[in-house]
Design a protein around this ligand. Structure first.
Ligand code: NAD
Length: 496
């Protein structure tokens, strides 16, 4: 699909991409997609003011009616799935299947949020005082700031937006400076939904394009009680304290260093497929990408050669081609980081070199790399956002779990085993310390129904399903006295 066709489908005016100072290039071939306008500090301030005004009106709209807006938006996404998915591929380089999958994820979270808009339930709690009732109610909280990363340019916004909007909030979105065009497309489709519904306050969804300084301004602004920030741990280290200093709430979704443990009883064919998708899918540019493989010594000699063979047959190329499994890295900096990591890996490297350089001289395609680590090596501590899989050998499950948890990050994890004891142990408090722990499926590709996020330097935030919506609301506990007495809690006597 050509850019002009995509823009026409979405109804985004091509002029939007003509007059700005931020040059956007496709990682597919380095070609210019367009120049987009960035927002000044004064414009950011004005947008936050508008979002606050929109919030004041939107919070009073009954939640099921708020859900109606999200339902209409989901229908519009269904209609434009092909075009938006193609734009995701063009701008961030993930293969067509994954671009479409990302839009599907948006639709799924919208459906989830619509259901939620008829729930948002609190508890009633027994009171220790006779003739009293205690209850908690969840209220809208205010404009929600969303700072997002390049590798999920549309889904992460939608995870946050859909929940925030049904919860009665407005949103202020700062997408990655590497993927502003998909953000403009989302904003256009959202505006279509607003127009269709008709009774939505203006300014409910604000889009602010720019670099880190725009994100920093959102993080520091007291009018934004919740800031959901997705990106590197380095970014979270800056944003987290700024939000905390003003007593805001940060939902931090940061880097991962995810591992799969392969046990002696594992179905190795299944494990190879899962490891391959987890390690090389999205060219290793997912927060949940499999970065470490811990293999029991009894199956090492069968699994690792099979995996290397599978690596050898992966089709690398233009992500728009239906047969491609691995597209490009986002830019040259990502390629340089990968080469530096491989240079200091300390193990035996297979793959990792640049490919297709003559066909795409201005793009960065790589052969995914596998690094067999020496026995005594400490597990790699850093996330390199590229397809590098470090392979370790282990003897006992105790060793594997120790190695598994010996990293600063705690996002996603998996074990391949047919042994119930091993599986349950991995999922127990004595096992994986991650926010996501799987059995016989890989580390990436979560469904929206569960809460998504991780521990330690991954930031501790939770988004998407389960009760993650509570992060976008404020809780009010109320006690009602319907008796004729005024007993005090804890039996305190205070008589005149
Ligand atoms: P990045 O940290 O470079 O940028 C992410 C966003 O933060 C961008 O919009 C950027 O402009 C903004 N930003 C950067 N510094 C900032 C600052 N000081 N203040 C405010 N905003 C700032 O990340 P990236 O390269 O776009 O994405 C890759 C990273 O994101 C990886 O580490 C990956 O693991 C992580 N990620 C995490 C999740 C998750 O859910 N845990 C999901 C996707 C990506």
């Amino acid at each position: 699909m050509q850019l002009s066709t995509i823009l026409a489908e979405i109804g985004l005016d091509e002029a939007t991409l003509r007059y700005g100072t931020l040059a956007v290039r496709s990682p597919i071939d380095g070609a210019l997609i367009g120049n987009v306008r960035t927002h000044s500090a004064a414009e950011v301030d004005g947008a936050i003011h508008s979002a606050q005004q929109a919030f004041d009106a939107w919070k009073l709209v009954p939640a099921p009616r708020r859900g109606e807006l999200v339902r209409v938006f989901a229908d519009i996404l269904r209609e434009h799935k092909e075009a938006l998915g193609a734009l995701v591929t063009l701008e961030c380089g993930k293969i067509r299947q994954e671009g479409l999958g990302e839009v599907q994820e948006m639709i799924d979270i919208c459906d989830f949020a619509v259901g939620l808009s008829r729930q948002l339930y609190g508890l009633t709690i027994v009171s220790e005082r006779p003739g009293h009732r205690m209850a908690e109610t969840w209220h809208p909280i205010g404009p929600v700031g969303i700072i997002s990363a390049f590798n999920f340019p549309v889904a992460v916004w939608c995870w946050n937006m859909a929940l925030a909007v049904v919860c009665g909030n407005s949103v202020v979105w700062k997408p990655s400076e590497k993927t502003p065009v998909t953000a403009l497309a989302c904003q256009k489709l959202f505006a279509d939904a607003v127009a269709q519904v008709g009774t939505v306050p203006p300014g409910l969804s604000q889009l602010l394009i720019g670099h880190a300084d725009v994100g920093a301004q959102i993080a520091a602004d007291r009018r934004i009680p919740v800031v959901s920030a997705t990106g590197s741990t380095a970014m979270g280290r800056r944003v987290g304290p700024v939000v905390a200093e003003r007593f805001g709430r940060a939902i931090l979704e940061l880097g991962g260093n995810n591992a799969i443990v392969v046990c002696p009883s594992a179905d190795l064919d299944m494990a190879v497929r899962a490891i391959l998708f987890g390690a090389v899918g999205t060219a290793g540019q997912r927060c949940t990408t499999t970065r470490r493989l811990l293999v029991h010594e009894d199956v090492y000699a069968s699994l690792v050669p099979a995996l290397k063979k599978a690596y050898g047959s992966v089709r690398i190329g233009n992500p728009m081609d239906p047969g491609t499994l691995v597209g490009p890295l986002i830019d040259k900096a990502a390629f340089d980081n990968m080469q530096a990591a491989l240079g200091s890996a300390g193990g035996q490297v297979t793959g990792g070199s640049r490919v297709l350089a003559s066909e795409f001289p201005h793009a960065w395609y790589v052969q995914p790399a596998l690094v067999e680590m020496p026995e005594a090596a400490r597990t790699v501590q850093h996330e390199t956002f590229a397809p590098i899989l470090y392979v370790y050998r282990y003897r006992s499950l105790d060793d594997a779990i120790r190695l598994h948890n010996d990293v600063p990050q705690g996002l996603s994890s998996a074990i391949f085993t047919n042994d119930l004891r091993e599986a349950e142990r991995f999922l127990s408090v004595a096992g994986s310390d991650c926010g996501i722990a799987n059995v016989n499926i890989g580390t990436s590709g979560a469904e929206i129904g569960g809460a998504f996020g991780g521990e330690k330097e991954t930031g501790g935030g939770r988004e998407s399903g389960s009760d993650a919506w509570k992060g976008y609301m404020r809780r009010s506990t109320s006690t009602v006295n319907y008796s004729t007495e005024l007993p005090l809690a804890q039996g305190i006597s205070f008589d005149l």
